[in-house]
Design a protein around this ligand. Structure first.
Ligand SMILES: [Zn+2]
Length: 696
């Protein structure tokens, strides 16, 4: 039997080979297609048991098998697995595209939503059907036949424009480089950045150093280069990428301006066809935020509260630059550099020193203690077939009963995709008893937690545990938050279980929530031990870490609000082709929000790929939105700590589990938040956590 088709338990990583992929996935595709064809036929009643349940069962087999293949491609990207994955990717993608366009399926869901049975279904099941209908509607399923071709045309042009936007930006980014032949001109740059610049020049068979507009090069130049002219030249090149006057030879080949106008016009047309007033309403339809006005109010409220702190940050920086750095005028290309100098002068500490306090075993033990105390569970080592000998496997139990299991793959490897992420292997659901249609047991969830941390050095008796940076520890807690959302769910229906069906702008709540514990003094005491002395983190270092975390948080908050508000207004109040230009709107938002105004020739919209080349249109606000939710949720634990002495409060943890983690996507995120907090979200906790407490 093909082990990829064995759904009786955990993935069989000891038996699954690349050769299993094509036959298994093809078989599942055939099975799914045949089933769907039968289900949409007139002979199948539009009921949950006859229609939805068989769809879900077949869909789960498909996503579980393909999920294992995708996982192995991410964590074991050797040629054979890459080939197996890429070989089936087009067939799998086109299957899912077909599913989204299948109007017979839409009709069947619609019939069920109108049948008498619908009102008798559980809230979770009704939500599953409503989500399906919403997604079909948003992809144009309900348009009159004569409008459909135009809608399809718009979709195709939008995706071509988005791709072209990103291509232009990449070409423009690649087109500019600074060749430096005198090392003195690189003064201030960290050694690794210089080494990379040297390597880049060598690759071009050039002497000297090559600086580029890619993040790992331009970032350190603006932060650290002492040479003001170099910073100014590179800032200008960076801020005018894909602008109308900044083609490779002064030509306009890569101008993203006209693409932006066209994208906005098409998005507005699409929104009108779907019956919405503007594209922001389309974007918000599946999100937690209700209306563009609500999001605008949220952003403006945040801006007005952060403004006094941002103004203080600005004054502090200007005075410092003037007195200590001899800069009469703080130009756009001076700000990061001067800020780094100021930060160094005020809160200097070395990340290397901090790292010595976070040896891996102590961190993992500390993380598990947080989870065990908050949720009254046990995290214990468990066994399962794994894809690499370094991977560990654990089980979470409550009162002796299994709640969920997870793989922990901590270390970086050549064959592993970068970054950190949580993924699901198995999702919780109620199993049906195949014999009689009666309820069977519960299928408990299983998660993959993947990081790219340094591995221990040495072997055997000489092995020294890996030490993590504080950022690594935060990343680990973040991914664990996603993991807990998946693992602690109590929902019985797969499409709204765990993170399934959770609104896009609320999905980061549990992950960002968990990060807070990494800044808690008593938690840190329990999860630090110096690699040589065994001492826990000293208070003086902790205080500096907190101060550095909150450095210029007023300015940073306003910058995020500026981007979010520009994106939102562009897709709601702005009317394409009605006189006001995109740059006028940028200027208007800056007058309202920003405390620093960039040069008039700055063309940041031309490189704002989140909203023009990616999926963030009218959604950029969600970064701050999720931060507000998570900080406000965490405040409940701070309130408890005033009585109990610790934020690791089990009673509040129980409530957080019950109202937020347990319910997953089975009800609106706002209802879950309100049930937990007893009120609507407020930005005050986030402001306070960032050092912007409003004096009482
Ligand atoms: Zn996340």
């Amino acid at each position: 039997m093909n082990p990829l088709l064995d759904f009786s338990g955990l993935p069989r990583f000891d038996a699954i080979l690349p050769d299993h992929v094509t036959p298994a996935i093809r078989q599942l595709l055939t099975e799914n297609r045949a089933l769907i064809e039968r289900l949409v036929g007139a002979a199948t009643p539009a009921s949950w048991d006859d229609f939805v349940q068989p769809m879900l069962d077949a869909g789960e087999r498909m996503s579980r098998a393909w999920g294992i293949v995708g996982h192995l491609h991410s964590v074991n990207d050797v040629p054979s697995w890459r080939e197996a994955y890429n070989g089936m990717l087009p067939e799998v993608s086109s299957f899912y595209a077909e599913l989204g366009q299948n109007l017979a399926l839409f009709a069947k869901y619609k019939a069920l939503s109108e049948a008498a049975e619908f009102k008798t279904l559980s809230a979770a099941r009704r939500r599953i059907i409503e989500n399906e209908l919403r997604d079909f509607r948003l992809s144009g399923a309900e348009l009159p036949e004569d409008k459909k071709p135009r809608f399809k045309e718009i979709q195709e042009e939008l995706s071509a424009l988005g791709a072209k936007f990103s291509e232009n930006l990449l070409d423009a980014t690649n087109a500019h480089a600074e060749m430096v032949d005198n090392e003195a001109e690189l003064a201030g740059l960290p050694d690794d950045v210089k080494a990379a610049a040297r390597q880049a020049a060598e690759k071009d068979n050039q002497p000297g150093w090559k600086l580029t507009l890619h993040g790992p090069s331009i970032g350190p130049v603006l932060d650290f280069a002492e040479n003001r002219d170099l910073r100014a030249r590179m800032y200008r090149a960076y801020a005018t990428r894909a602008a109308e006057f900044a083609g490779p030879t002064g030509s306009v080949d890569w101008d993203n301006g006209p693409l932006i106008d066209r994208l906005l016009a098409l998005r507005a047309e699409e929104a009108l066809m779907l019956g919405y007033a503007n594209f922001a309403e389309v974007s918000l339809a599946p999100k937690m935020a209700d209306t563009p006005a609500q999001v605008a109010k949220f952003l403006r409220d945040l801006a007005s509260k952060a403004r006094p702190f941002a103004e203080k940050d600005r004054t502090e920086l200007s005075v410092f630059a003037n007195k200590e750095l001899g800069l009469a005028e703080l130009e756009a290309w001076d700000r990061s550099w001067a800020s780094e100098k100021l930060k160094q002068a005020r809160y200097s500490f070395s990340d290397k020193d901090v790292k010595q306090y976070f040896p891996e075993p102590k961190v993992i033990q500390g993380l598990f203690r947080v989870i065990e105390t908050l949720f009254a569970v046990k995290v214990a080592p468990d066994t399962a077939p794994v894809w690499n000998p370094d991977v560990r496997f654990y089980r979470i139990e409550r009162d002796g009963a299994l709640v969920g299991q997870f793989y922990l793959d901590l270390y970086a490897r050549d064959t592993k995709r970068g970054g950190a992420w949580m993924d699901e292997a198995i999702t919780r659901r109620q199993l049906l008893n195949p014999a009689g249609g009666q309820k069977g047991g519960i299928q408990t969830p299983v998660a993959y937690l993947n990081c790219n941390f340094p591995a221990p050095v040495g072997a055997g008796e000489n092995m020294r545990p890996a030490t993590f940076s504080h950022d690594d520890v935060i990343t680990l807690f973040h991914e664990c938050g996603h993991g807990l959302h998946h693992l602690l769910t109590q929902v019985d229906e797969l499409p709204v279980s765990g993170i399934h069906g959770v609104e896009w702008d609320a999905v980061e709540l549990p992950s960002q929530f968990m990060e807070n514990f990494c800044w808690e003094w008593d938690v840190l005491q329990g999860m630090t031990a110096h690699a040589d002395t065994g001492e826990s983190l000293p208070r003086i270092l902790y205080d500096k870490m907190i101060a550095a975390k909150n450095f210029q948080s007023g300015l940073q908050t306003l910058r995020q609000v500026e981007l979010g508000l520009f994106d939102l207004l562009l897709h709601s109040e702005f009317v394409p082709g009605a006189g006001q230009s995109v740059l006028d709107l940028v200027a208007q938002v800056r007058r309202e929000v920003a405390v620093f105004t960039p040069p008039e020739w700055n063309r940041f919209p031309n490189s704002f790929s989140h909203i023009f080349g990616g999926g963030y249109a009218a959604g950029y606000y969600s970064y701050k939105w999720a931060e507000v939710l998570s900080a406000d949720a965490y405040e409940a634990f701070e309130e408890a700590s005033r009585k109990t002495g610790s934020t690791l409060d089990a009673a509040t943890g129980e409530r957080f589990w019950r109202e937020i983690l347990a319910v997953g996507g089975s009800r609106p995120a706002l209802d879950s938040f309100t049930a937990f907090r007893g009120r609507a979200p407020s930005p005050d906790a986030l402001l306070r956590h960032s050092g912007m407490a409003v004096a009482a």
